[in-house]
Design a protein around this ligand. Structure first.
Ligand SMILES: NC(=O)c1ccc[n+]([C@@H]2O[C@H](COP(=O)([O-])OP(=O)(O)OC[C@H]3O[C@@H](n4cnc5c(N)ncnc54)[C@H](O)[C@@H]3O)[C@@H](O)[C@H]2O)c1
Length: 382
C-alpha cells in the first residue's frame, strides 16, 4: 500500500513510518517540526535529542534496507498539501499531525489559538485532499479517549443507541473534553463525521489513551531510531514523568487525590492498532471508531507501580500529592469499552514489572541529562 503519514516526525509518527515500511509498504512521512519547535520554545526538550526526518530515514535504510520518503511541509497550507497528495496518491492516510499537548493548549491565548487553528486546519485539509482527489483513500485519524471525558456512565466505542420518548437512534457518544486540545479532537470528530456521511469517505477514528515507551521492533538495532522521550509538564505523559522523577530522586508528583483513571497502552500496541485499522478499511460512507488502549490505571496505581519497581532496582522513591493544575475529577467512574481492536487481532503488551524496569533502566543511562526545572507543573487551568 501507499501510506502517507501526517506528522511523520512525531512521537508516534516516526515509529509508525518505520513499522509500515518494514512490512513492505511505500511510506511518505510529512511534518513541519512543530513539536520540536514547541518543545524548544517552552523549554521542554526530550531527554535525548533525536535526528531529523531525513537523518532518521538514512539510519533506518542502513539497518533495514527499506526506504522512507520524507518531506518538511506545513499541512495547514492546502495548496502544498494537495500537490503532494496528488503526486503520491496514497491508499491510506494516517493523520497524527496535531498539536497534542493539553497543558500547552491551556497556557495562554497564542497557544490556544495555534492549537485550535492548526488541528482543525490539518484535519480539514486532509479531508479535502481525499474528497477532491481520491475518495477511496482510507483516512486513519488519531483521536483521544480524552474526547469522552469522565462521564458517570460506561463509555461506549464511539457510538451510543439512545431511546427517547418511544423512538430510538444511534449517535456519536457524548463528548465533554477537559482541555482545549482535547476539545479540538472533539471538533475533528464532528468535522469528519459530517464529511463521511455527506461525501461517502472511509474513515477510522482511533480514540487513543496515553501511550508509554519509545522502543519498538524497528529500533532494536539502533537506539537512535527510538522515539522522543519527554518528561516535562508540557509533553511528558504521566508514566514517563514518574520514571524520570524516580531516577532523579525527587518525589513522584501525583496531581491532587490521584484517583484520575485512564486507559493506557504500550507504543508497540499503538503500531499494532494503527496497522490493524489500516488493513481493515470501512465501507464508503462509514466512520469506524475504536477505543485504543489495553488496560486502565489510576494515577496512584501508576505511582505505586513505579515506586515498587524502582525499589527493586535500588532506587528509594517517595510519592507526594501536589496541587492539581488541571480541572478534572480526581475520583470518578471509568469503564470504557475496548473490544473492537481486540476483535481485529490486537495482542496486547501489558505494563508488567519487567516492562516498567526496562523503561527505568533506559532512563538511568541518561540520568545526567535530566533537567530539574522541567519536572514541576508550569501551566495551570485556573
Ligand atoms: N502520544 C499519546 O499518548 C497520544 C494519546 C492519544 C492521542 N494521541 C494523538 O496521536 C497523534 C500523535 O501524537 P504524538 O504524541 O505522536 O504527537 P507529536 O506532537 O509527537 O506528533 C505530531 C506531529 O505532527 C506534526 N505536526 C503538527 N502540526 C503540523 C502541521 N501543521 N504540518 C505538519 N506537521 C504537523 C508535529 O510536528 C509532530 O511531529 C496526535 O493527533 C495526538 O492527539 C497521542
Amino acid at each position: 500500500m501507499k501510506v502517507m503519514i501526517l506528522g511523520g516526525d512525531g512521537y508516534l509518527g516516526w515509529p509508525t513510518s518505520m513499522h509500515f515500511a518494514a512490512q513492505g509498504h511505500e511510506v511518505l512521512a510529512l511534518d513541519n517540526y512543530l513539536r520540536r519547535k514547541i518543545c524548544f520554545d517552552t523549554d521542554s526538550n526530550p531527554l535525548v535529542t533525536r535526528p531529523t526526518m531525513p537523518e532518521r530515514s538514512i539510519l533506518f535504510e542502513e539497518v533495514s534496507g527499506k526506504k522512507i520518503e520524507t518531506e518538511a511541509v506545513d499541512l495547514c497550507d492546502y495548496r502544498k498539501f494537495e500537490s503532494i497528495f496528488k503526486d503520491f496518491m496514497p491508499d491510506v492516510m494516517i493523520h497524527y499531525a496535531e498539536q497534542p499537548s493539553a497543558p500547552y493548549s491551556m497556557r495562554g491565548y497564542e497557544e490556544a489559538r495555534l492549537t485550535l487553528q492548526n488541528n482543525l486546519d490539518v484535519t480539514f485539509n486532509a479531508i479535502w485532499a481525499v474528497k477532491e482527489h481520491n475518495p477511496n483513500c482510507h483516512i486513519v485519524k488519531l483521536g483521544t479517549m480524552g474526547e469522552y471525558g469522565t462521564p458517570n456512565i460506561d463509555i461506549e466505542e464511539g457510538w451510543i443507541d439512545i431511546e427517547h420518548k418511544g423512538r430510538s437512534d444511534k449517535f456519536l457518544f457524548p463528548r465533554q473534553a477537559g482541555s482545549l486540545y482535547h476539545t479540538t479532537k472533539v471538533l475533528d470528530t464532528d468535522l469528519i463525521w459530517f464529511y463521511v456521511r455527506t461525501y461517502g469517505l472511509k474513515v477510522t477514528d482511533l480514540m487513543q489513551g496515553p501511550v508509554y515507551g519509545v522502543a519498538t521492533e524497528e529500533t532494536a538495532s539502533n537506539d537512535q531510531l527510538e522515539s522522543f522521550f519527554n518528561y516535562d509538564d508540557i509533553f511528558g505523559t504521566v508514566v514517563n514523568r514518574f520514571i524520570v522523577q524516580a531516577v532523579h530522586g525527587v518525589p513522584l508528583t501525583v496531581y491532587g487525590k490521584g484517583g484520575q483513571t485512564r486507559g493506557y497502552l504500550d507504543i508497540r500496541d499503538t503500531l499494532q492498532c494503527v496497522y490493524l485499522a489500516a488493513m481493515n478499511e470501512p465501507d464508503a460512507g462509514t466512520l469506524n471508531i475504536f477505543n485504543q488502549f489495553v488496560e486502565t490505571f489510576s494515577v496512584n496505581q501508576l505511582a505505586e507501580h513505579v515506586q515498587k519497581v524502582s525499589k527493586s532496582l535500588g532506587l528509594d522513591v517517595e510519592i507526594k500529592s501536589v496541587p492539581n493544575p488541571r480541572k478534572e475529577m480526581e475520583d470518578h467512574h471509568y469503564n470504557p469499552a475496548h473490544s473492537g481492536l481486540l476483535e481485529l487481532g490486537l495482542k496486547p503488551h501489558y505494563l508488567t514489572d519487567d516492562v516498567m524496569a526496562s523503561m527505568i533502566e533506559s532512563v538511568l543511562r541518561y540520568k545526567d541529562q535530566i533537567v530539574t526545572r522541567r519536572i514541576m507543573p508550569r501551566v495551570s487551568w485556573k
